[in-house]
Design a binder for this molecule. Structure first.
Ligand code: BT5
Length: 327
């Protein structure tokens, strides 16, 4: 109902739209319309009311509701259905449930805040309200389960590209799922898959980007290692414009991946990751390996050369750079 009222107000702007006309078009009482206007104001919409002329939308808040996002969204599939929530435990968990119940490729879950935002391996993702982006997209790629890591690389490239276009700064991708600005984490990805041995049912692509957080808003334990676009750019940014750009970039890179295979993704990833020749320490399944990063292979695994000259292939883990990153 909120969405429909906002759509009517937008269509008639800058003119007023009478309460009678709204109640007629939506088949609800005028009291119901009045109550909805009051609710929309509490959500931050500035709506002018005049007893003679009706209602006029003056300004919308920077909310990530479908009615805010969809008018300027230029994607064909991604984000055409947006499930928006003021708060959720985790957008990934919600998207997973929706996908199990048959949600289609391209449906997106967005929350203004998360109570149990998740990182990998049960870690926590700090998700305060109205400042950042917490998004999960449902994809149903026709690839084999062992290629699922490439979806993470694809999403990392799309997220890094969006950040660069928005800020003019050069983000660096840290294998497998971190996006860094000036050596600090500005975004993280959490991909979860539901598959059989030879078939992926769906991938949940979870992306968290710190947009308008100030330094002191981060929990103490990550203050020195996290950043936001606002901190790096010195100005607040529009979350909805960022989200629209991100969905467009994701769709672009996903289409390239599905049509052309992994070569373009890997090249773009390598250009942004600068991992080659870097000494790293990788913790994977409780084991720690130190070595020289050689490359990522065609399935997105990290290839290391250890001190003994042996090659080691790492499919999942945490990377620590043994020297300072130049971004
Ligand atoms: C990640 O995990 O980086 C994946 C983060 C994915 C978050 C998105 S938000 C939308 C979707 N729904 C979810 O529930 N999750 C996804 P990992 O590599 O394990 O990094 C987690 C670590 O990053 C934590 O242990 C902290 O050290 C740090 N961290 C937590 N919150 C952060 C934040 N807001 N910004 C930067 N670093 C953070």
């Amino acid at each position: 109902m909120d969405e429909k009222i906002l759509q009517l107000l937008r269509e008639s702007a800058p003119a007023f739209l009478s309460g009678e006309e709204i109640s007629r078009r939506l088949k609800v009482s005028r009291t119901a319309v009045w109550k909805r206007m009051r609710r929309l104001r509490t959500l931050g919409y500035e709506i002018k009311a005049s007893t003679r002329s009706g209602y006029r939308l003056i300004r919308s808040p920077d909310l990530l509701t479908p009615s805010e996002i969809k008018p300027n969204l230029k994607t064909k599939c991604l984000g055409k259905t947006i499930h928006h929530f003021h708060t959720l435990d985790s957008t990934n968990s919600k998207a997973y449930q929706l996908a199990l119940n048959g949600a289609e490729e391209g449906e997106v879950v967005i929350a203004e805040s998360q109570e149990k935002g998740r990182g990998r391996l049960g870690r926590h993702w700090s998700s305060p309200p109205f400042l950042n982006l917490y998004l999960s997209a449902i994809l149903r790629p026709k690839i084999l389960p062992h290629q699922a890591s490439l979806i993470t690389l694809m999403a990392a490239v799309a997220t890094a590209d969006t950040i660069q276009k928005f800020s003019g700064l050069l983000p660096l991708i840290k294998w497998p799922n971190d996006i860094l600005l000036r050596d600090r984490k500005v975004a993280g990805l959490l991909n979860e898959i539901h598959s059989e041995m030879d078939r992926i049912h769906f991938v949940i692509l979870g992306i968290g980007v710190n947009l308008n957080m100030d330094g002191k808003m981060f929990p103490k334990e990550i203050r020195a290692v996290a950043t936001s676009l606002k901190i790096e750019m010195g100005q607040a940014i529009s979350r909805k414009v960022f989200l629209q750009s991100l969905l467009q970039e994701l769709e672009k890179w996903y289409t390239i991946f599905m049509k052309e295979g992994s070569a373009f993704i890997l090249k773009a990833w390598r250009d942004r990751a600068h991992v080659k020749g870097r000494r790293v320490k990788v913790t994977s399944f409780g084991e720690t390996v130190v070595g020289m990063a050689i490359d990522v292979d065609s399935d997105g695994a990290l290839i290391l050369e250890t001190t003994g000259g042996k090659r080691k292939r790492v499919v999942a883990g945490d990377v620590e750079y043994k020297e300072k990153v130049k971004s």
